[in-house]
Design a protein around this ligand. Structure first.
Ligand SMILES: Nc1ncnc2c1ncn2[C@@H]1O[C@H](COP(=O)(O)OP(=O)(O)OP(=O)(O)O)[C@@H](O)[C@H]1O
Length: 274
C-alpha cells in the first residue's frame, strides 16, 4: 500500500531528465561535458553532462556505489592517479581535465573537503597558514587576516580565537571539519567540493556545517555529496540524482523532492530504493 505522503505520478515518466541551466540568465561556474570515468576496464561513470550555477549549492545524491564521489573527485582531478577521466570540465573557459593544466594551481580555485576531517598535526593557526605560505603569502598581517576571516566564515572563530596555538587534533570532530573547511576557503577558492562532510559528525556539528554552507554560498559555488536527504533538501538549490554510474535526474532541489520526473528518483527520495 502507498503511504499518503509518498509521491506517485501516473503520467508517463522519462528515464532521464537533465536540466540545462540557461546561461543567459544564470552564471555557470563549472560544467562537466561528456565526463566518463574508468577504473581499469570498469566504467564507473557514464557520460555525464552537468552545469553548476555560481553561488548556489548543488547536492549529488544516490545509493552507495552510484558514482557520486567518482564524479565529484573528477571535478578537481582527484582521480588522476586511480582512474581515467574522459571529457571536458570547463572552468573559466579552460578545460581543467586537459593535460597541460597546472593541477596544484587549479586546486587553489577548486578546493575539496573530505568525509573524515583531516587536519594536519599542527596548531589551528598553522593548519590555515601552511598552504597560504606555500602559495607565497608571507605577510604576517595578511596571514592573520586570512586566519580570522576563514575561521569566521567557517563558523569556528568564536570557539577557537583564544586557542589558535593549540593543536588542531585537540578539537572535536565537528570543529576539525569546520577547521578543514576554513583551511580550504583561506585560499579563496571559487568552488568548494565537499564529499559527505557531515556524515561522520553528531547532529549538532552536522547542523553547524549546514549553517556554514548556507553562509558560504554567498561567496562560493558549492557541490556536495550527501546521503542525507533532509540535508540535501535543506541546503541545496540544485540536486543531481545518481544511479549505477549515471545521472538520471538533475533539477532544482525543490522539484527533485516534490515532483521528480524519473521513476527511480521518486523511489529513491521515498526511501524505496532496492
Ligand atoms: N579507486 C577505485 N578503484 C576501483 N573502483 C572504484 C574506485 N573508487 C570507486 N570505485 C568503484 O566505482 C563505483 C562508484 O563508486 P563511488 O565511490 O563513486 O560511489 P558513491 O556513489 O560515491 O558511493 P558512496 O556513497 O558509497 O561513497 C563503485 O562501483 C566503486 O566500487
Amino acid at each position: 500500500m502507498v503511504e499518503p505522503n509518498q509521491l506517485v505520478f501516473t503520467d508517463e515518466m522519462p528515464d532521464h531528465y537533465i536540466m540545462d541551466i540557461n546561461e543567459d540568465k544564470h552564471e555557470v561556474a563549472l560544467s562537466a561535458q561528456d565526463v566518463e570515468v574508468y577504473y581499469g576496464a570498469k566504467q564507473a561513470l557514464q557520460k555525464t553532462n552537468l552545469k553548476f550555477e555560481r553561488y548556489k549549492i548543488t547536492s549529488l545524491i544516490g545509493a552507495s556505489g552510484s558514482g557520486k564521489s567518482t564524479f565529484l573527485r573528477s571535478l578537481n582531478r582527484m582521480n588522476d592517479d586511480v582512474g581515467t577521466v574522459k571529457g571536458k570540465i570547463m572552468y573559466r573557459n579552460l578545460d581543467i581535465n586537459s593535460s597541460d593544466i597546472d593541477v596544484y594551481e587549479m586546486r587553489r580555485h577548486i578546493g575539496m573537503v573530505f568525509q573524515r576531517p583531516n587536519p594536519f598535526a599542527k596548531s589551528i593557526e598553522d593548519n590555515i597558514t601552511f598552504a597560504l605560505k606555500q602559495h607565497g603569502i608571507r605577510d604576517k598581517d595578511e596571514l592573520a587576516k586570512r586566519v580570522e576571516t576563514s575561521l569566521k566564515q567557517a563558523a569556528l572563530w568564536d570557539e577557537v580565537k583564544d586557542t589558535l596555538h593549540k593543536s588542531a587534533l585537540s578539537l572535536s570532530g565537528g570543529q576539525q571539519q569546520r577547521l578543514v573547511i576554513a583551511r580550504a576557503i583561506a585560499l579563496h577558492p571559487d568552488i568548494l567540493l565537499l564529499d559527505e562532510p557531515a556524515s561522520a559528525l553528531d547532529p549538532i556539528s552536522s547542523a553547524k556545517i549546514e549553517d556554514t554552507l548556507l553562509e558560504l554560498k554567498e561567496k562560493y559555488t558549492i557541490i556536495i555529496v550527501t546521503h542525507n536527504m533532509q540535508q540535501a533538501a535543506r541546503v541545496s538549490d540544485y540536486t543531481a540524482f545518481f544511479h549505477m554510474g549515471e545521472v538520471l535526474e538533475y533539477d532544482l532541489t525543490r522539484k527533485i523532492f516534490t515532483r521528480p520526473k524519473v521513476q527511480r528518483t521518486i523511489d529513491y527520495v521515498n526511501g524505496n530504493f532496492g
